[in-house]
Design a protein around this ligand. Sequence first.
Ligand code: FES
Length: 106
Amino acid sequence: MKTFILGRTKEEVLGLLREKEIKTVALGERKICLTRIGEEYFAFEQNCPHRKANLGQGYINNFQEIICPLHAYRFDLKSGKVSNANCPDLQVFKTQISDNGLKIFI
Ligand code: FES
C-alpha cells in the first residue's frame, strides 16, 4: 500500500476541493477521483466498474453516493457498494485528514 498526501494543511485541502466537487488526481501512475462532503473526504477509482465511464464526470447525491454519468448506477462512497444495479462494486480508498494535509492510502 502507498500513501499519498494532498496539501500541507487542513485549510489548504479544504480550499482545493469544494463541497461535492469531484476532482481527478494522478497519484503515481494511477488516476483516482476525490470528493468532499462537509469535512469527510472520499477517494475512489476513476473508471466505473460497469462499463468504465469516467466517474470524474459523475455527481454526488445527498446519500453519500457517486452517480455514474453513463447509466446512473450509484455507488456508496464509503464502501464502494453498488446500490441500484448488478455490477462489481467500486474500489474506494481510505483517506485521513490531519493538520498536515489529506492522506490517501492506495
Ligand atoms: S458505465 Fe457506469 S453505470 Fe454504466
